[in-house]
Design a protein around this ligand. Structure first.
Ligand SMILES: Cc1cc2nc3c(=O)[nH]c(=O)nc-3n(C[C@H](O)[C@H](O)[C@H](O)COP(=O)(O)OP(=O)(O)OC[C@H]3O[C@@H](n4cnc5c(N)ncnc54)[C@H](O)[C@@H]3O)c2cc1C
Length: 430
C-alpha cells in the first residue's frame, strides 16, 4: 500500500544537498521534498547498506528511550564493566587518550538526576510519537509491513534488579511514559521460550519495532528518488561558503552548487561539521549484532534483558541480537569476540537455542554519539544554510522521522515544530 501525501512542486526551488542516506538523511530528503525544496541526495554507498548504522541496529522504535546511558554513579560501575571481559562495555586502552575528554563529558552529563531529567525532557519531544511517524513514512514508501506497533519488553531477573534501574523509570514516568508490569507467571505465559531466570517483565505498549531497518531505509531513499530527488554517488568533503552563504558542497567528484545542505552522515559527520565551523565532540559507540537464520526459539515481543543489556527479536533475516558498547573509534578492526558475547547471551536467554544455533551473520556498526545523549539538530556556525542533523546515539532509527521533519524545516526557513535549543550544535564549549 502506498499512502498519498503531497509533495509541493516548489516554484523557484531552493536546492539542498542531503549528505548521507541513512535513516536520518533519507527521512530528511523526503521531508525536504515535501517542503517544496529541490533535493540532491549525496551518498557514496547503497542507502540502507551495511556501512550505515541504520542497517544493523536492533530496530527498536522506543519512544520511551529517553534516559541517557550514563546515570548518576555510573563512574562507580565503569571499572567493573571494563574489567569484565563478558560485560556490555569495552574500551580499547590504546584509544583511551582520544576518548577520555568525551568519556568525562559523558559521565558528567548524567551526574545528577536533574541533568538526566533535562535530557529526558528534550529527547521525549523528539521521540514521543516516533512509532506513528515511522508507520506513516513506511506506508508512504510502500513498506508498511516493516513497522510493527506491538510494544517492547524489558526483562529483569528480580525486583531488586528492576529497583537498580529505578531512577531511569522514575524519569520516564515524569515525561508521561506508562508501562505494565508482568509477573513471573504472566512473563512465562507470554514469553514461553525465555529463560526462567527472568521473573519480571516491564512492557511498554506505546513503543514499536522495525522488522528490517536496512530495507526500510532503502525504501525511504527510493521513495525520495521517486518523488523527485536526484542521487549523486560520492562522498562530501566540505563546503564552499561565501559571506555566510553556502555556495556549494564539496565532494570527491567535484562541487555541487546549492543553497542549503544537511549533514546526516551519522558517525562520520564530525569532520563535515568542523568544516562548517561547528566542531562537536562526536564519538562512535561501536555496537554489534548477530543473526541466527533458522532459530528454534525466541521472543514473542522484542525484548531487552537487563543482565546482558542486549535486545533480541525476529527480523526478516532471522533472530537478531544487538548490543554492546565498545569505545575504539571509527577505524579499529572489529573485535568479533564481542559478537560472540551477544551470541552466548542470546543462547542463555532462550535455552532451546543452545544446541546447534550458530550465528549466520555478524555485524559492527557505529552509534553516532554526543556525550550528553542528545543529537545535534540546528544550523552550523559558518552558515545557517548548513544544517547539522546527526548524533542520535542509541536512538537514531527511532528519532530519524522527526529529525527529518526538523531538518527540512530548518532548510526551508520555517519555524521548527519543537524547541531546538536542547539540540543546538553550539552547546558544547571547548
Ligand atoms: C548495535 C546497535 C543497535 C542499535 N539499536 C537501535 C535501536 O534499536 N533503535 C534505534 O533507534 N537506534 C538504534 N541504534 C542506533 C541507530 O542505529 C543510529 O543512531 C542510527 O542508525 C544513525 O542513523 P544515521 O542516519 O545518523 O547514520 P547512518 O545510518 O550511519 O547513515 C549515515 C550515512 O552517511 C553516509 N556517509 C558517511 N560519510 C559520508 C560523506 N562524507 N558523504 C556522504 N555520505 C556519507 C554513510 O555511507 C551512511 O549511509 C543502534 C545502533 C547499534 C550500533
Amino acid at each position: 500500500m502506498t499512502v498519498a501525501r503531497s509533495f509541493s512542486p516548489g516554484g523557484g526551488r531552493r536546492h539542498v544537498v542531503v549528505i548521507g542516506a541513512g535513516a536520518v538523511g533519507s527521512a530528511t530528503a523526503i521531508e525536504a521534498l515535501r517542503a517544496g525544496l529541490r533535493v540532491t541526495v549525496l551518498e557514496p554507498n547503497e542507502p540502507g547498506g551495511p556501512q550505515a548504522t541504520s542497517y544493523g541496529n536492533a530496530g527498536w522504535l522506543s519512544s520511551h528511550s529517553v534516559v541517557p546511558p550514563a546515570l548518576p554513579g555510573a563512574w562507580r560501575k565503569v571499572p567493573g564493566w571494563l574489567a569484565d571481559p563478558l560485560g556490555p562495555l569495552a574500551l580499547r586502552w590504546r584509544y583511551l587518550p582520544r576518548a577520555l575528554p568525551w568519556l568525562l563529558r559523558y559521565l558528567a552529563s548524567g551526574w545528577t538526576e536533574a541533568r538526566v531529567q533535562r535530557t529526558a525532557d528534550a529527547l521525549r519531544t523528539l521521540l514521543v510519537d516516533a512509532p506513528a511517524l515511522h508507520a506513516q513514512l513506511a506506508a508512504e514508501a510502500g513498506v508498511p509491513q516493516l513497522i510493527e506497533r506491538r510494544g517492547l519488553l524489558h526483562a529483569y531477573r528480580s525486583r531488586a534488579e528492576f529497583d537498580g534501574d529505578a531512577l531511569g523509570w522514575r524519569v520516564r514516568r515524569r515525561v508521561g511514559i506508562q508501562w505494565n508490569e508482568w509477573s513471573e507467571d504472566e512473563l512465562r505465559r507470554r514469553e514461553p521460550d525465555l529463560d526462567a531466570r527472568y521473573t519480571l517483565g516491564i512492557f511498554v505498549p506505546e513503543a514499536g519495532h522495525c522488522r528490517n531497518p536496512g530495507a526500510y531505509v532503502a525504501a525511504l531513499a527510493r521513495h525520495a528518488l521517486d518523488a523527485g530527488a536526484e542521487r549523486i554517488t560520492a562522498r562530501a568533503t566540505g563546503f564552499l561558503v561565501d559571506g555566510g552563504r553556502l555556495r556549494a558542497v564539496r565532494t570527491e567528484a567535484g562541487d555541487i552548487a546549492c543553497d542549503g545542505a544537511a549533514i546526516c552522515a551519522g558517525a562520520r559527520s564530525g569532520p563535515l561539521a568542523a568544516a562548517a565551523g561547528s566542531a562537536v565532540p562526536l564519538e562512535s559507540e561501536r555496537g554489534y549484532h548477530v543473526v541466527i537464520e533458522d532459530a528454534a526459539a525466541g521472543p514473542r515481543t522484542p525484548t531487552m534483558v537487563a543482565d546482558g543489556k542486549l535486545i533480541a527479536h525476529w527480523m526478516d533475516g532471522g533472530l537478531r541480537a544487538a548490543g554492546q558498547v565498545e569505545i575504539a573509534g571509527l577505524e579499529a578492526a572489529p573485535d568479533w569476540r564481542r559478537a560472540g558475547i551477544l551470541h552466548r547471551h542470546l543462547q542463555s536467554m532462550f535455552p532451546a537455542l543452545a544446541a546447534g544455533a550458530s550465528p549466520a551473520k555478524h555485524w559492527l556498526g557505529h552509534r553516532p554519539s554526543l556525550p550528553d545523549g542528545l543529537p545535534c539538530i540546528g544550523p552550523a556556525a559558518a552558515s545557517a544554510d548548513i544544517v547539522l542533523a546527526f548524533g542520535h546515539g542509541h536512538v537514531g532509527l527511532c528519532g530519524s522521522a522527526r529529525t527529518g521533519r526538523l531538518a527540512a524545516q530548518l532548510l526551508a526557513g520555517v519555524a521548527a515544530e519543537i524547541p531546538l535549543a536542547p539540540f543546538d550544535p553550539g552547546r558544547f564549549k571547548p
